[in-house]
Design a protein around this ligand. Sequence first.
Ligand SMILES: [Zn+2]
Length: 77
Amino acid sequence: MSSNQRIKKVCEHCNEIFIAQKATTKYCSLICAQRNYKLREKRERLKKAEAPAVVDSPPPVEKDGVVKAEAPAGMGI
Ligand SMILES: [Zn+2]
């Protein structure tokens, strides 16, 4: 008689309280599960896309330790 258990859980996507029938359920609905999965997939893609862009632009090289002051102080305000 343990096949129909009900567990109170909080959706990992929308933080809504819902009744789960399995202890492994993480989301209140299939829509939340799909949205969370796509969100994570998108984040992973952004991470991978950002990484090479940083390597692409090398830091400016200073010559003889001289730093050019292009913007005078007190101009931004
Ligand atoms: Zn949800």
